[in-house]
Design a protein around this ligand. Sequence first.
Ligand code: NAD
Ligand code: UD1
Length: 346
Amino acid sequence: MSQLLITGGAGFIGSHTCLVLLEAGHRLVVLDDFSNSSPEALRRVQELAGPLAGPRLQLIEGDLRSPADLAQAFAAAPIEAVVHFAGLKAVGESVADPLRYWDVNLSGSRALLAAMVQVGCRTIVFSSSATLYGSPESVPIAETARVAPVNPYGYSKAAVEQMLADVCASEPGWRVARLRYFNPVGAHPSGRIGEDPGGIPNNLFPFLSQVAVGRRPSLQVFGSDWPTADGTGVRDYIHVMDLADGHRAALEVLMAEPPQLLTLNLGSGRGQSVLEVVAAFERACGSPVPYDLVPRRPGDVAATVADPSLAERRLAWRTQRDLEAICRDGWAWQSANPQGYGPRGD
Ligand code: NAD
Ligand code: UD1
């Protein structure tokens, strides 16, 4: 059992990972400013973890960029390792307001690393993204592929990855995992926690779920002339519970092995088209989901699929849940919580 700091632990991926880490026996301090999440998510994580594990989660409401808030989080308990989710993630928003993205994602991560140095904590798992591969030269994408982001969000992830490599090079003892997620979707099978984007969702899965539950009239399918089997975009969708389990495995490997810098793709290795996802979701929710074929979205690519073989070897981990499970669990969440955790700027 370890004492862990989870930044952004109330968010979509963070909340599911908190549950998996509590179930694995760890003690957690969560630092979150709720700028894109609700305290209700953590309340439900505690409820799902049960009366024995739930109380092992402690919350500090604060900002990653604030040295005082970070000091409070590190003072709450002797922290052995950090899982760093906190950040901003909307690509379009990052183009419109790049300085905010550099501030939260880069300055926030720098402040976190400085606080870790101060308390002598040298173990961190970082939420990176397949977005930093930009428009890939070929699929599946291995970790050796070129890092070539195409928007400020992607650049901020690439910059934090570099900062982590630099601290590893500066002194021995760092244990760092840079986890490059492909497309995280789905929800805990209980339907109690899930993805709750504020405003109009940018991404396929939350938009599709909101159409299915009647919150939005129809889905726009961006492009039906891509060089793919059915002409729609292909992505590697990973169930958020598989992703959460990947974090548990990465932490265990970092803590058991000598200090190192690990860089791993977390994906399923399977590509699915937009129309395949729509069809699977229709089977899960039991009714047709209206959609229109519209022109391509600027900045999109035809296909991104992970080569997850390195993560499979290094972490003894692989995805367990297929697209049917993703849609079943995603629908369990959306149908039981049509407005997510409640009104939040939507
Ligand atoms: P999310 O927005 O649901 O969670 C992020 C959490 O960080 C939220 O709870 C938010 O309130 C918190 N936060 C934001 N700024 C903060 C600050 N300054 N101080 C403290 N807390 C702050 O996002 P998510 O989907 O759970 O993503 C988690 C991480 O994974 C992010 O770093 C994201 O870039 C990365 N990632 C996400 C995806 C995806 O598709 N969801 C894909 C690849 C990588
Ligand atoms: C998005 C992000 C990317 C991030 C990734 C994983 C953008 C431009 N890119 O990419 O940085 O790493 O999520 O979180 O936001 N689609 C529709 N209709 C919709 C929404 C999406 O047809 O309303 C299509 C897209 O064209 C794409 C697929 O669905 O083919 C998946 O889209 P999305 O969920 O936005 O993910 P990515 O494009 O992979």
